[in-house]
Design a protein around this ligand. Structure first.
Ligand code: FA5
Length: 373
């Protein structure tokens, strides 16, 4: 056993002398008071309250003291540490309050300034107008049906009673799609109208059928003020027992009134489409002059070129041959169909003078139409 260390007097430990503890406390208080920022205060905190700070080291010495001295030194160090922690918390609160006041001023937002967000795009009026038309028919109980834009020739022509030698099937009118085998004779086309969706729908569903088919179609037309090679059609198809041309006319008249206002009428002019029999061209009364400009040179109307009527699209009773091709009994059911172009509708409904504006993708054209049409 080793002899006691006579030279060590625990009561006289230098770090625990009252004046030493006071000095440590005062240094800590001065360091906190001098800290001008929360970062500086954090450094002072680590230096004066951390595990290697003078007070923490002094605290460790207490354990070796005899009981009486231990109690005295413990009290001294404890009081000093309490004062240091209190001063630290007070300074922390002060600096945080200063920071909050500064941030409120620096990051203040003036909500009255004009905003400079990146300009947003706009929905194309062709999309909004198509959706508007869909809504009119969905409200009448119709469903929206879709079909492929790359279509089998059979659906686009044959099933619609369009003969093999019909001029629409010629290469100069229709865009044929070359298959992977690069056969010169392709049987796949970019659909030239939305009527093939009629056939697909009739093959898919049992009557009664009430559908509206919006979609993009393709033709070998030059881009000019009134034509585009890629345009949008909406097709309407109803197949049920006992449908007549009167149902067709009444349905379109409802659409015209929903889109252009009450009181407008429509008229049918005989026409020919291989897939409808009888077929007609459907005109609506001009919604601007309501027919008053026709024959009255004093009241010219730009919207209908003083015709009094505006051509809407083609229509008719579904040809019994088409019903048969789609597996529907023409003895039991009859149907009506109507197809029209959305670009032309947008032109006369919104006085767009040049169809080319619709395909250029310039938001200065699309934005004024807004989100509702
Ligand atoms: C048809 O396409 C028939 N499938 C419509 C139809 C459906 C008739 C059901 C009977 C029953 P048409 O070729 O006329 O018909 O085209 C219909 C509409 O498409 C035209 O009234 C016109 O508004 C629009 N249209 C035609 N060609 C162009 C083009 N190049 N650019 C923009 N719109 C066009």
């Amino acid at each position: 056993m080793s002899a006691p260390n006579k030279s060590y007097d625990p009561v006289e430990v230098e770090a625990l002398k009252p004046e030493e503890i006071e000095r440590m406390r005062d240094e800590a208080l001065a360091a906190f008071a001098a800290a001008g920022s929360l970062e500086a205060l954090h450094e002072a905190k680590v230096a004066h309250t951390g595990p290697t700070s003078p007070l923490a080291l002094a605290n460790r010495e207490i354990g070796a003291l005899p009981p009486q001295a231990k109690a005295e030194a413990g009290k001294r160090v404890g009081m000093a540490r309490g004062a240091v922690n209190k001063a630290l918390a007070a300074r922390q609160a002060e600096l945080e309050a200063e920071r909050d006041a500064r941030v409120l001023v620096e990051e203040a937002v003036d909500v009255t300034l004009p905003h400079d967000r990146i300009p947003s795009g706009a929905r194309h009026p062709i999309t909004t107008l198509s959706e508007r038309i869909e809504d009119v028919f969905v409200a009448m109980g119709y469903e929206v049906a879709e079909g492929p834009e790359v279509e089998a020739e059979w659906f686009n022509f044959d099933a619609l009673n369009i003969a093999k030698d019909h001029p629409a099937r010629a290469m100069q009118d229709t865009l044929f799609v070359q298959g992977p085998d690069k056969k010169a004779e392709s049987e796949v086309v970019l659909r030239t109208h939305t009527s093939p969706v009629q056939v697909r729908t009739m093959l898919d569903r049992e009557p009664p059928i009430y559908v509206i088919c919006p979609g993009r179609v393709y033709r070998m037309d030059e881009l000019d003020a009134t034509h585009t090679p890629v345009f949008t059609q909406v097709e309407l198809l109803a197949v049920d027992e006992g449908l007549t041309m009167a149902d067709l006319k009444g349905t379109i008249e409802h659409m015209v009134r929903a889109l252009f206002g009450e009181g407008l009428t429509t008229r049918l002019r005989p026409n020919y489409f291989p897939f409808t029999e009888p077929s007609a061209e459907l005109d609506m009364q001009c919604y601007v002059c309501r027919g008053a400009s026709a024959g009255d040179p004093e009241r010219p109307c730009r919207t209908c070129s003083s015709e009094g009527w505006i051509e809407l699209g083609g229509c008719g009773m579904v040809n019994p041959r088409v019903l048969t091709a789609a597996g529907i009994d023409p003895e039991k059911y009859s149907g009506f169909a109507f197809g029209f172009g959305i670009e032309r509708l947008l032109m006369f409904r919104h006085n767009v003078e040049d169809m080319r504006d619709m395909v250029e993708g310039d938001v200065r054209f699309t934005r004024p139409f807004g989100m509702e049409i």
